[in-house]
Design a protein around this ligand. Structure first.
Ligand code: ADP
Length: 399
Protein backbone atom coordinates (compact mmCIF):
# COMPACT_ATOMS: atom_id res chain seq x y z
CA UNK A 1 0.00 0.00 0.00
CA UNK A 2 1.40 3.39 -1.02
CA UNK A 3 0.43 6.43 1.02
CA UNK A 4 1.06 10.03 0.07
CA UNK A 5 1.80 12.36 2.98
CA UNK A 6 1.19 16.06 2.37
CA UNK A 7 2.23 18.97 4.54
CA UNK A 8 1.05 22.35 3.24
CA UNK A 9 2.60 25.49 4.69
CA UNK A 10 1.49 28.99 3.80
CA UNK A 11 3.68 29.09 0.67
CA UNK A 12 5.08 25.56 0.50
CA UNK A 13 3.98 21.97 0.07
CA UNK A 14 6.15 19.08 1.26
CA UNK A 15 5.30 15.53 0.29
CA UNK A 16 6.46 11.96 0.71
CA UNK A 17 5.18 8.86 -1.00
CA UNK A 18 5.66 5.95 1.41
CA UNK A 19 5.40 2.25 0.63
CA UNK A 20 3.81 0.83 3.76
CA UNK A 21 5.01 -2.72 3.03
CA UNK A 22 8.40 -1.73 4.43
CA UNK A 23 7.78 1.95 5.31
CA UNK A 24 10.29 3.02 2.67
CA UNK A 25 10.17 6.47 1.10
CA UNK A 26 9.52 5.97 -2.62
CA UNK A 27 9.82 9.67 -3.39
CA UNK A 28 9.78 12.95 -1.55
CA UNK A 29 9.87 16.57 -2.47
CA UNK A 30 8.86 20.14 -1.93
CA UNK A 31 7.04 22.89 -3.80
CA UNK A 32 8.38 26.26 -2.71
CA UNK A 33 7.31 29.86 -3.23
CA UNK A 34 3.70 28.94 -4.04
CA UNK A 35 1.85 32.12 -5.03
CA UNK A 36 5.15 34.04 -5.15
CA UNK A 37 7.46 34.71 -8.07
CA UNK A 38 10.06 31.96 -8.54
CA UNK A 39 7.92 28.89 -7.70
CA UNK A 40 9.85 25.65 -7.85
CA UNK A 41 9.25 21.94 -7.38
CA UNK A 42 12.11 19.68 -6.25
CA UNK A 43 11.26 15.99 -6.59
CA UNK A 44 13.57 13.31 -5.19
CA UNK A 45 12.69 9.78 -6.27
CA UNK A 46 14.52 6.97 -4.44
CA UNK A 47 17.39 5.66 -6.55
CA UNK A 48 16.85 8.14 -9.39
CA UNK A 49 18.05 11.64 -10.24
CA UNK A 50 16.38 14.65 -8.63
CA UNK A 51 13.91 16.51 -10.81
CA UNK A 52 13.64 20.29 -10.48
CA UNK A 53 10.78 22.10 -12.23
CA UNK A 54 10.66 25.88 -12.18
CA UNK A 55 7.17 26.88 -13.19
CA UNK A 56 4.70 29.39 -11.71
CA UNK A 57 2.34 27.91 -9.09
CA UNK A 58 -0.39 30.40 -8.34
CA UNK A 59 -1.83 28.35 -5.48
CA UNK A 60 -1.73 24.94 -3.76
CA UNK A 61 -4.00 23.49 -6.49
CA UNK A 62 -1.22 24.07 -9.01
CA UNK A 63 1.30 22.61 -6.57
CA UNK A 64 -0.69 19.39 -6.05
CA UNK A 65 -1.08 19.01 -9.83
CA UNK A 66 2.69 19.39 -10.28
CA UNK A 67 3.38 16.82 -7.56
CA UNK A 68 1.08 14.34 -9.31
CA UNK A 69 2.87 14.98 -12.62
CA UNK A 70 6.27 14.48 -10.99
CA UNK A 71 5.16 11.23 -9.34
CA UNK A 72 4.09 9.92 -12.76
CA UNK A 73 6.89 11.53 -14.79
CA UNK A 74 8.38 9.32 -17.50
CA UNK A 75 11.94 9.47 -16.17
CA UNK A 76 11.65 10.66 -12.54
CA UNK A 77 8.29 9.11 -11.78
CA UNK A 78 7.70 6.31 -9.26
CA UNK A 79 4.14 5.26 -10.12
CA UNK A 80 2.47 4.63 -13.45
CA UNK A 81 -1.06 5.36 -12.30
CA UNK A 82 -2.44 7.74 -9.72
CA UNK A 83 -4.62 4.92 -8.37
CA UNK A 84 -1.50 3.30 -6.94
CA UNK A 85 -1.85 5.91 -4.17
CA UNK A 86 -4.25 4.22 -1.77
CA UNK A 87 -4.70 7.13 0.64
CA UNK A 88 -3.45 10.62 1.37
CA UNK A 89 -2.50 11.74 4.87
CA UNK A 90 -2.60 15.51 5.40
CA UNK A 91 -0.83 17.25 8.24
CA UNK A 92 -3.31 19.83 9.54
CA UNK A 93 -2.07 22.43 12.00
CA UNK A 94 -5.07 23.22 14.16
CA UNK A 95 -7.96 20.99 15.11
CA UNK A 96 -9.01 23.21 18.01
CA UNK A 97 -10.88 21.33 20.74
CA UNK A 98 -12.71 19.25 18.14
CA UNK A 99 -10.25 16.52 17.27
CA UNK A 100 -8.31 14.32 19.63
CA UNK A 101 -7.46 11.85 16.89
CA UNK A 102 -6.78 11.66 13.21
CA UNK A 103 -9.89 11.32 11.07
CA UNK A 104 -11.03 10.43 7.55
CA UNK A 105 -11.95 13.68 5.85
CA UNK A 106 -15.56 14.40 4.88
CA UNK A 107 -17.52 17.64 4.49
CA UNK A 108 -18.09 17.93 8.22
CA UNK A 109 -14.36 17.60 8.96
CA UNK A 110 -13.60 20.29 6.37
CA UNK A 111 -16.10 22.62 8.04
CA UNK A 112 -14.31 22.16 11.35
CA UNK A 113 -10.89 22.78 9.75
CA UNK A 114 -12.45 25.98 8.38
CA UNK A 115 -13.82 26.89 11.79
CA UNK A 116 -10.23 26.71 13.06
CA UNK A 117 -8.88 29.20 10.46
CA UNK A 118 -8.71 31.94 13.08
CA UNK A 119 -6.61 29.72 15.35
CA UNK A 120 -4.16 28.77 12.59
CA UNK A 121 -4.41 31.59 10.06
CA UNK A 122 -1.25 30.78 8.11
CA UNK A 123 -1.60 27.01 7.94
CA UNK A 124 -5.21 25.85 8.16
CA UNK A 125 -6.34 27.61 4.93
CA UNK A 126 -3.37 26.11 3.07
CA UNK A 127 -4.11 22.69 4.60
CA UNK A 128 -7.71 22.86 3.38
CA UNK A 129 -6.72 23.92 -0.14
CA UNK A 130 -4.28 20.99 -0.25
CA UNK A 131 -7.06 18.60 0.83
CA UNK A 132 -9.52 19.93 -1.73
CA UNK A 133 -6.94 19.86 -4.51
CA UNK A 134 -6.25 16.17 -3.77
CA UNK A 135 -9.98 15.44 -3.65
CA UNK A 136 -10.40 16.91 -7.11
CA UNK A 137 -7.55 14.89 -8.59
CA UNK A 138 -8.31 11.67 -6.68
CA UNK A 139 -12.04 11.75 -5.88
CA UNK A 140 -12.16 8.11 -4.84
CA UNK A 141 -9.03 8.03 -2.69
CA UNK A 142 -9.55 8.43 1.07
CA UNK A 143 -8.01 11.55 2.60
CA UNK A 144 -7.04 11.64 6.26
CA UNK A 145 -6.39 14.66 8.48
CA UNK A 146 -3.67 14.28 11.12
CA UNK A 147 -3.78 17.23 13.49
CA UNK A 148 -0.76 18.81 15.14
CA UNK A 149 -2.94 19.58 18.14
CA UNK A 150 -4.65 16.18 18.56
CA UNK A 151 -2.10 14.42 20.81
CA UNK A 152 -2.36 17.23 23.37
CA UNK A 153 -6.13 17.00 23.74
CA UNK A 154 -5.67 14.72 26.76
CA UNK A 155 -4.29 17.62 28.83
CA UNK A 156 -6.33 18.22 31.98
CA UNK A 157 -8.24 21.49 32.33
CA UNK A 158 -5.83 22.85 34.91
CA UNK A 159 -3.01 22.56 32.36
CA UNK A 160 -4.75 24.10 29.37
CA UNK A 161 -6.74 26.86 31.07
CA UNK A 162 -5.37 30.40 30.85
CA UNK A 163 -6.08 32.60 33.86
CA UNK A 164 -8.16 35.13 31.94
CA UNK A 165 -11.93 35.77 32.24
CA UNK A 166 -13.62 32.38 31.75
CA UNK A 167 -16.05 33.84 29.24
CA UNK A 168 -13.20 34.13 26.69
CA UNK A 169 -12.70 30.40 26.93
CA UNK A 170 -16.44 29.86 26.52
CA UNK A 171 -16.94 32.37 23.71
CA UNK A 172 -13.71 32.01 21.74
CA UNK A 173 -12.14 28.71 22.88
CA UNK A 174 -9.06 30.55 24.09
CA UNK A 175 -6.90 27.94 25.85
CA UNK A 176 -3.63 26.09 25.44
CA UNK A 177 -3.72 23.58 22.56
CA UNK A 178 -0.10 22.64 21.88
CA UNK A 179 1.55 21.67 18.58
CA UNK A 180 4.09 19.21 17.11
CA UNK A 181 1.63 16.57 18.36
CA UNK A 182 2.55 13.98 15.73
CA UNK A 183 6.18 14.25 16.76
CA UNK A 184 5.48 14.15 20.51
CA UNK A 185 3.24 11.12 20.01
CA UNK A 186 5.71 9.20 17.81
CA UNK A 187 8.74 10.05 19.92
CA UNK A 188 7.10 9.31 23.29
CA UNK A 189 5.93 5.90 22.03
CA UNK A 190 9.40 5.03 20.69
CA UNK A 191 10.94 6.17 23.97
CA UNK A 192 8.79 3.73 25.93
CA UNK A 193 10.07 0.94 23.66
CA UNK A 194 13.70 2.04 23.48
CA UNK A 195 14.02 2.75 27.22
CA UNK A 196 12.16 -0.45 28.10
CA UNK A 197 9.48 1.31 30.14
CA UNK A 198 6.10 -0.09 31.15
CA UNK A 199 3.71 1.79 28.90
CA UNK A 200 1.00 1.83 31.56
CA UNK A 201 3.35 3.11 34.20
CA UNK A 202 5.62 5.62 32.48
CA UNK A 203 6.51 9.29 32.75
CA UNK A 204 8.27 10.76 29.73
CA UNK A 205 9.37 14.30 28.87
CA UNK A 206 9.79 14.95 25.14
CA UNK A 207 12.00 17.88 24.06
CA UNK A 208 11.29 18.62 20.39
CA UNK A 209 14.03 21.13 19.63
CA UNK A 210 14.05 22.25 16.00
CA UNK A 211 13.59 25.61 14.43
CA UNK A 212 10.29 25.58 16.27
CA UNK A 213 10.50 23.90 19.66
CA UNK A 214 8.22 22.46 22.30
CA UNK A 215 8.36 20.23 25.35
CA UNK A 216 5.65 17.84 26.47
CA UNK A 217 4.92 15.77 29.56
CA UNK A 218 3.52 12.32 28.77
CA UNK A 219 2.11 9.99 31.43
CA UNK A 220 1.28 6.41 30.36
CA UNK A 221 1.40 7.51 26.72
CA UNK A 222 -0.97 10.44 27.21
CA UNK A 223 0.00 14.10 27.07
CA UNK A 224 -0.64 15.96 30.33
CA UNK A 225 1.06 19.26 29.48
CA UNK A 226 2.95 20.97 26.68
CA UNK A 227 4.78 24.22 26.20
CA UNK A 228 3.11 25.71 23.11
CA UNK A 229 -0.24 27.39 23.58
CA UNK A 230 -3.19 28.80 21.65
CA UNK A 231 -0.62 29.32 18.90
CA UNK A 232 2.96 28.04 18.53
CA UNK A 233 4.30 31.29 20.02
CA UNK A 234 4.21 30.21 23.67
CA UNK A 235 6.88 28.26 25.50
CA UNK A 236 10.50 27.76 24.54
CA UNK A 237 12.81 30.32 23.00
CA UNK A 238 12.85 29.17 19.35
CA UNK A 239 14.68 30.03 16.14
CA UNK A 240 12.63 33.17 15.54
CA UNK A 241 9.85 32.96 18.16
CA UNK A 242 10.12 34.60 21.55
CA UNK A 243 8.30 31.92 23.54
CA UNK A 244 7.02 32.97 26.99
CA UNK A 245 7.12 36.62 27.96
CA UNK A 246 5.19 39.14 30.00
CA UNK A 247 2.16 39.99 27.80
CA UNK A 248 2.61 43.64 28.74
CA UNK A 249 5.74 43.64 26.57
CA UNK A 250 3.44 43.56 23.52
CA UNK A 251 1.76 46.81 24.49
CA UNK A 252 5.07 48.37 25.47
CA UNK A 253 6.73 47.65 22.12
CA UNK A 254 3.62 48.74 20.19
CA UNK A 255 3.64 52.03 22.08
CA UNK A 256 7.35 52.74 21.84
CA UNK A 257 7.79 51.70 18.20
CA UNK A 258 4.39 52.94 17.03
CA UNK A 259 3.38 49.51 15.75
CA UNK A 260 0.04 47.72 15.54
CA UNK A 261 -0.65 44.60 17.64
CA UNK A 262 -0.37 42.50 14.48
CA UNK A 263 3.04 43.99 13.73
CA UNK A 264 4.32 43.25 17.22
CA UNK A 265 3.05 39.67 17.09
CA UNK A 266 4.81 39.31 13.72
CA UNK A 267 8.05 40.48 15.38
CA UNK A 268 7.55 37.99 18.22
CA UNK A 269 6.99 35.20 15.67
CA UNK A 270 9.59 36.03 13.04
CA UNK A 271 12.29 38.28 14.46
CA UNK A 272 12.67 37.11 18.02
CA UNK A 273 13.97 33.93 19.66
CA UNK A 274 17.66 33.15 19.28
CA UNK A 275 17.68 35.32 16.15
CA UNK A 276 16.40 38.28 18.17
CA UNK A 277 18.85 37.85 21.05
CA UNK A 278 21.90 37.12 18.91
CA UNK A 279 21.14 39.47 16.02
CA UNK A 280 22.97 36.86 13.92
CA UNK A 281 20.83 33.93 12.83
CA UNK A 282 17.89 31.70 13.69
CA UNK A 283 19.94 28.68 12.67
CA UNK A 284 21.48 26.94 15.67
CA UNK A 285 24.48 25.77 13.65
CA UNK A 286 25.40 29.39 12.86
CA UNK A 287 25.08 30.34 16.52
CA UNK A 288 27.21 27.43 17.68
CA UNK A 289 29.90 28.44 15.17
CA UNK A 290 29.77 32.07 16.37
CA UNK A 291 29.92 30.99 20.00
CA UNK A 292 33.08 29.05 19.21
CA UNK A 293 34.54 32.31 17.90
CA UNK A 294 33.68 33.91 21.24
CA UNK A 295 30.64 35.94 20.12
CA UNK A 296 28.90 37.09 23.32
CA UNK A 297 25.37 37.45 22.01
CA UNK A 298 25.41 34.09 20.24
CA UNK A 299 26.55 32.60 23.56
CA UNK A 300 23.79 34.45 25.42
CA UNK A 301 21.14 33.26 22.93
CA UNK A 302 22.22 29.64 23.36
CA UNK A 303 22.47 29.95 27.16
CA UNK A 304 18.97 31.46 27.35
CA UNK A 305 17.58 28.76 25.02
CA UNK A 306 19.07 25.92 27.10
CA UNK A 307 17.96 27.52 30.36
CA UNK A 308 14.36 27.76 29.11
CA UNK A 309 14.36 24.10 28.02
CA UNK A 310 15.69 23.11 31.47
CA UNK A 311 13.02 25.17 33.22
CA UNK A 312 10.28 23.39 31.26
CA UNK A 313 11.76 19.99 32.04
CA UNK A 314 11.92 20.95 35.72
CA UNK A 315 8.31 22.07 35.78
CA UNK A 316 7.14 18.91 34.02
CA UNK A 317 8.99 16.70 36.49
CA UNK A 318 6.89 18.48 39.09
CA UNK A 319 3.69 18.21 37.02
CA UNK A 320 4.17 14.42 36.74
CA UNK A 321 5.65 13.99 40.24
CA UNK A 322 8.67 12.27 38.71
CA UNK A 323 10.12 11.25 35.36
CA UNK A 324 11.41 7.97 33.90
CA UNK A 325 12.86 9.23 30.63
CA UNK A 326 13.82 12.53 29.02
CA UNK A 327 14.08 12.39 25.25
CA UNK A 328 15.55 14.77 22.70
CA UNK A 329 14.38 15.05 19.11
CA UNK A 330 14.23 17.31 15.98
CA UNK A 331 17.10 19.23 14.33
CA UNK A 332 18.89 20.46 17.45
CA UNK A 333 17.75 17.73 19.85
CA UNK A 334 18.80 14.89 17.53
CA UNK A 335 22.08 16.35 16.37
CA UNK A 336 23.64 18.36 19.12
CA UNK A 337 25.13 16.58 22.11
CA UNK A 338 26.50 19.80 23.59
CA UNK A 339 23.05 21.35 23.85
CA UNK A 340 21.69 18.14 25.43
CA UNK A 341 24.54 18.12 27.94
CA UNK A 342 24.09 21.78 28.87
CA UNK A 343 20.35 21.32 29.41
CA UNK A 344 20.87 18.26 31.59
CA UNK A 345 23.63 19.92 33.62
CA UNK A 346 20.76 21.63 35.45
CA UNK A 347 19.62 18.25 36.79
CA UNK A 348 22.74 16.87 38.41
CA UNK A 349 21.02 17.09 41.80
CA UNK A 350 18.42 14.55 40.62
CA UNK A 351 21.03 11.94 39.77
CA UNK A 352 20.56 12.25 36.02
CA UNK A 353 23.88 11.12 34.54
CA UNK A 354 24.75 11.45 30.88
CA UNK A 355 27.31 9.16 29.27
CA UNK A 356 29.12 12.28 28.11
CA UNK A 357 31.38 10.61 25.62
CA UNK A 358 28.59 8.64 23.97
CA UNK A 359 26.23 11.62 24.01
CA UNK A 360 28.58 14.11 22.39
CA UNK A 361 28.29 12.91 18.80
CA UNK A 362 25.31 10.60 19.16
CA UNK A 363 22.72 11.02 16.41
CA UNK A 364 20.84 7.73 16.24
CA UNK A 365 18.00 6.23 18.19
CA UNK A 366 19.14 5.12 21.62
CA UNK A 367 20.00 5.81 25.24
CA UNK A 368 22.74 8.30 26.14
CA UNK A 369 22.57 8.17 29.95
CA UNK A 370 24.75 5.91 32.10
CA UNK A 371 23.45 2.63 33.51
CA UNK A 372 23.23 4.15 37.01
CA UNK A 373 21.42 7.34 35.94
CA UNK A 374 18.21 7.93 37.91
CA UNK A 375 16.43 8.85 34.67
CA UNK A 376 16.98 7.45 31.18
CA UNK A 377 18.02 10.04 28.61
CA UNK A 378 17.25 9.14 25.00
CA UNK A 379 17.76 10.48 21.51
CA UNK A 380 14.92 9.55 19.14
CA UNK A 381 14.99 11.00 15.63
CA UNK A 382 11.44 12.16 14.91
CA UNK A 383 9.64 11.02 11.80
CA UNK A 384 6.42 12.89 11.38
CA UNK A 385 5.81 11.60 7.86
CA UNK A 386 5.96 7.95 8.91
CA UNK A 387 3.72 8.73 11.88
CA UNK A 388 1.18 10.42 9.58
CA UNK A 389 1.37 7.52 7.10
CA UNK A 390 0.82 4.97 9.90
CA UNK A 391 -2.21 6.85 11.23
CA UNK A 392 -3.58 7.12 7.70
CA UNK A 393 -3.08 3.43 7.01
CA UNK A 394 -4.74 2.41 10.28
CA UNK A 395 -7.80 4.56 9.57
CA UNK A 396 -8.14 3.50 5.96
CA UNK A 397 -7.92 -0.18 6.90
CA UNK A 398 -10.70 0.28 9.47
CA UNK A 399 -12.84 2.21 6.96
P1 ADP B 1 11.87 22.56 11.70
O1 ADP B 1 11.28 21.22 11.24
O2 ADP B 1 11.24 23.12 12.94
O3 ADP B 1 12.06 23.56 10.61
P2 ADP B 1 14.28 21.02 12.27
O4 ADP B 1 13.77 20.02 13.23
O5 ADP B 1 14.68 20.57 10.92
O6 ADP B 1 13.33 22.27 12.18
O7 ADP B 1 15.54 21.75 12.96
C1 ADP B 1 16.21 22.77 12.32
C2 ADP B 1 17.26 23.34 13.27
O8 ADP B 1 18.13 22.27 13.67
C3 ADP B 1 18.11 24.41 12.63
O9 ADP B 1 18.18 25.55 13.47
C4 ADP B 1 19.48 23.76 12.54
O10 ADP B 1 20.51 24.66 12.73
C5 ADP B 1 19.43 22.80 13.71
N1 ADP B 1 20.47 21.77 13.57
C6 ADP B 1 20.64 20.85 12.61
N2 ADP B 1 21.79 20.14 12.82
C7 ADP B 1 22.37 20.67 13.93
C8 ADP B 1 23.57 20.41 14.68
N3 ADP B 1 24.41 19.46 14.33
N4 ADP B 1 23.79 21.17 15.76
C9 ADP B 1 22.95 22.12 16.14
N5 ADP B 1 21.82 22.42 15.48
C10 ADP B 1 21.52 21.71 14.40
Amino acid sequence: MKILVINCGSSSLKYQLIDMENESVVAKGICERIGIEGSKLTHKPAGKDTLVVEKPMKDHNDAVAMVMDALQDETSGVISDINEIKAVGHRVLHGGKFFSDSIIINDEVKEVIKACFELGPLHNPANLIGIEACEKIMPNTPQVAVFDTAFHQTMPEKAYMYAIPYEYYEKYNIRKYGFHGTSHSYVSKRTIEVAGLDKDNSKVIVCHLGNGGSVSAVVNGKCVDTSMGLTPLEGLIMGTRSGDLDPAVVQYIAHKENLSLEEVIEILNKKSGVLGISGISSDFRDLIAKKQEGDERATLALDAFEYRVAKYIGSYITAMNGVDAIVFTAGVGENNGVVREKVLDYFGYLGIKLDKEKNLNYREEGIVSTADSSVKVCVIPTNEEIAIARETKALVEKY
